[in-house]
Design a protein around this ligand. Structure first.
Ligand code: NI
Length: 135
């Protein structure tokens, strides 16, 4: 019997979507406002889903305090109020789209979870645009 537990988190971050090998005009044509050379911010909403069996001893799939602290240590402390392109190493050579961000977040959480648990990460860049990743 598999149950999914989910934890929401929030962070603010700045980014610029652009290719260094393209002109500003090319970047603006594809990435629009998100290629603004002066950067801009988003209020990101993150939802982390962990699926597994209920531990008969505790009645938990996993301790939500541990999940909360893990998200804080691995995601919020790294990305909150940061310029993703310039301050977060994973994005020095990777365009910080929501798609790439959700994979980076997944990869930073996964090694800390019970390997028998399934992880899915959903990231909202705006209230209407969101991406999900699970292996
Ligand atoms: Ni943007």
């Amino acid at each position: 019997m598999k149950v999914t537990v989910s934890r929401k988190a929030h962070f603010n971050a700045a980014h610029r979507l652009y290719r260094k090998d393209w002109s500003n005009a090319q970047n603006e044509a594809l990435f629009g406002k998100c290629s603004n050379p002066h950067y801009h911010g988003h209020n990101y909403e993150l939802i982390v889903h962990v699926t597994g069996d209920i531990d008969p001893e505790t009645g938990y799939v996993m301790d939500m305090k541990i999940l909360k602290d893990l998200i804080k240590n691995e995601v919020e402390d790294k990305m909150d109020h940061k310029n993703l392109n310039e301050e977060v190493a994973e994005f020095f050579d990777l365009i910080p789209t929501a798609e790439n961000m959700v994979v980076v977040i997944y990869n930073s959480l996964k090694p800390h979870l019970n390997p028998e648990h399934t992880l899915e990460v959903t990231l909202y860049e705006t209230p209407r645009n969101y991406v999900s990743y699970s292996e």
